[in-house]
Design a protein around this ligand. Structure first.
Ligand SMILES: Nc1ncnc2c1ncn2[C@@H]1O[C@H](COS(=O)(=O)NC(=O)[C@@H](N)CS)[C@@H](O)[C@H]1O
Ligand SMILES: [Zn+2]
Length: 373
């Protein structure tokens, strides 16, 4: 499983958290089924948005990235997200990224624009032979989203407007790395392709992220991999989580309407309540963060904790079965939470005589939902 990591600034807002919680459910379900999950995640610790934020705040971009990456990992641990087996920064993977770009260029899957000053390397969207299958967007949409999300469709000399940058030749004042391609730095998508291919192989089970990664990021991630390996599809499943909003707007760095996990933690909000609040909505649904959502989750957490503290309760075996069934049904966490509500309600109202039930319920909620009672 390759799940795209953060671009390390403005970490960790509740949108990030919701997306990593979605893939934490996948991770837990697969481990519950006995799979030895090889989970890899990157950190986009070199890219235009990070450099822009560092410049805005007169911050060193390396220090900003390290600080925010540390905060992100702390927040993930607080939310009881199981860590990936490998957590790889683009900067530390620079050699293998440049190597992949060189191979794509040598294979004719990439080209340099005829710009004598900056002959940047672009990927030819026709190179994989399957371009567009991941998003299924039409060309106009692709060009629009490319423009909105870091692409440069109007750049003269590109074979196709949406062709993605693979290697940006060094500009004055910009960080750059020596390579056979000349000094420069990588495009966004190829960073993830190199890190995933080199650790997970030519075909993976799941490539995941939020829905704003459908295009261009995961489309090109797939196309770069497939053009290089000839193996299609790169990922058997491309899974995208819905957007968390605030006051009707998507929670995003550009809008600055962010609620941070670390701020809630500093206000002594139990991270398990934050986790429950985000799991109360289906992972693919665009949904809002509200104070009410958190209050409801806190009450739910208290009730669940009271139930598992009982000396005995109704048997919890079919609760475990229900949790597994609901999560197997496209990660239906709302139904899973309702199943625990039902068991806890019965335990608190009518008690029960099974002395092993409270511990079984507690362990199942911990293992499958990641919530500590
Ligand atoms: N409001 C939001 N709701 C849900 N998920 C979000 C939201 N904003 C960002 N995300 C997701 O959080 C993850 C990290 O986003 S990010 O920090 O912008 N970083 C990146 O998208 C790239 N570093 C991926 S290689 C991505 O999967 C993104 O889709
Ligand atoms: Zn990525």
């Amino acid at each position: 499983m390759y799940v795209c990591g953060i671009t390390p600034y403005d970490a960790t807002h509740l949108g990030h958290a919701a997306t990593y919680l979605a893939f934490d459910l996948v991770h837990r379900v697969w481990r519950d089924l006995g799979h030895d999950v090889h989970y890899v995640q990157n950190v986009t610790d070199i890219d235009d948005p990070l450099l822009e934020r560092a410049a805005r705040d007169h911050d060193d971009w390396v220090v900003l990235g390290m600080r925010e990456t540390a905060l992100f990992r702390e927040d993930m641990e607080a939310l009881r997200v199981l860590p990936p087996r490998q957590y790889v920064g683009a900067v530390e993977a620079m050699g293998e990224i440049a190597e992949l770009v060189g191979k794509l260029l040598a294979a004719g899957a990439a080209y340099r624009v005829p710009d004598p000053e900056y002959p940047d390397v672009y990927f030819d969207s026709d190179a994989s032979g399957h371009f567009g299958y991941e998003s299924n967007y039409d060309e106009a949409t692709m060009i629009e989203l490319s423009r909105e999300r870091g692409g440069d469709p109007d750049r003269p000399g590109k074979r196709h407007p949406a062709d993605a940058l693979l290697w940006r030749m060094a500009r004055p004042g910009e960080p750059h790395w020596e390579s056979d391609l000349g000094a420069g730095r990588p495009g966004w998508h190829v960073e993830c392709t190199a890190i995933a291919l080199n650790r997970l192989g030519n075909q993976i089970d799941l490539n995941g992220g939020g829905s704003d990664l459908v295009f261009p990021h995961h489309e090109f991630g797939a196309a770069h991999a497939e053009a290089f390996t000839g193996v299609h599809p790169f990922a058997r499943h491309y899974v995208h989580a819905g957007m968390i909003g605030l006051d009707g707007e998507k929670m995003s760095k550009s809008r600055g309407n962010l609620v941070f996990v670390s701020k809630l933690r500093a206000e002594d909000v139990d991270p398990n309540a934050v986790r429950l609040a985000l799991l109360a909505g289906h992972y693919r649904t665009d949904r809002a963060w509200t104070a009410d959502l958190l209050a409801t989750a806190e009450a739910r957490l208290d009730r669940w904790r009271a139930a598992v503290a009982l000396p005995a309760a109704p048997p919890a075996h079919d609760l475990v079965t229900r949790l597994r069934t609901h999560l197997a049904d496209d990660l239906d966490s709302p139904a899973a939470l309702a199943a625990v509500d039902a068991w806890a309600g019965e335990a608190l109202e009518r008690r029960g005589r099974d002395e092993s039930a409270p511990a079984l319920a507690r362990d199942a909620v911990d293992a499958l939902l990641g919530v500590a009672l």
